[in-house]
Design a binder for this molecule. Sequence first.
Ligand code: MRU
Length: 341
Amino acid sequence: MRVLTGKESIETRAVWFERGMVRMIDQRLIPQKFKIVDMADHHEVAEAIRNMTVRGAPSIGAAAAYGMALAARNEADLQKAAEELKGTRPTAYDLFYAVDHMLSSLELGDDPVKAADAYADQVVERCRLIGMHGAELIDDEMNIMTHCNAGALATVDIGTALAPIRRAWTEGRHIYVYVSETRPRLQGMRLTAWELYNEGIPHSIVVDGAAGHYLRKDVNLTIVGADRIAANGDFANKIGTFDKAVLCHELGVPFYVAAPISTFDFSIASGDDIVIEDRSEDEVTHVGKERLAPEGSPALNPSFDMTRAKYVTGFITEVGILRPDEIDKVRREKFAQEGEL
Ligand code: MRU
């Protein structure tokens, strides 16, 4: 991804391995500060996933793959390391997929860092293909809404929901992006807007409550990411996604979910089986360090919501754009790649 640091423009990934360390952009500080942080063992990587230094399903998966590589290099107990990494966040399936993928690779005797690098490279290649397929949905002069951050920060590089947007822009289409701010952690306002700004893609931030207003009059297409997609096409994504899906359905706006096959969990039949992460109520009651809610008023803070497949126009994947009733193609591809059904 391109990052404008003030003085220069640099190309970077969200997470990578260098000089014996896992390195990542501290996403909690963007856009105020661009800081790279280093991790020397899998415990530090697990903490970085938990505290959202790194976030977004495919980036969490890649970070965990590198965490497993560190565990192997440091001769830690691999099963315990896998459990620790998997215990950090419950909803994003890429985390579980990546850790199991690394366990299999390490059992086969693969070099730990090479195996994790190959995993991260594969994530980026999947995003490139998602961009290629998804860009076909975007015509000149289109207005597109997205929610949360499913960009390069969330996927090592390029993005899932942002991949078709980047590609259409690079191919010369005039587009405009409505970025919903994504309370309470503001991944839309802080991260997606930052990525679009760095690329020079025209956009505006809108508050979450303004989605219906703009979907009714301006938006032609909505693309979001996903944290876990069940076998029937129900999926979990950042809280507020479900509202947008229902609004799009009501208003006739096509609603697409962009995700790589690592996000599809065929072991669960429907979205009812997806565990939704609850986070601290402080994220809701406080802005920065200051509490704005009345003392004594509790808050609820589900990090994700679940949307039924019936609201999804299509899934933009690396194997093409699929209707919810066509996602068995993803299952077959996964089996071909991993022997997983
Ligand atoms: O809590 P986060 O910031 O990790 O949540 C991220 C999202 O919900 C993204 O939309 C999802 O992980 C897809 S990222 C390509």
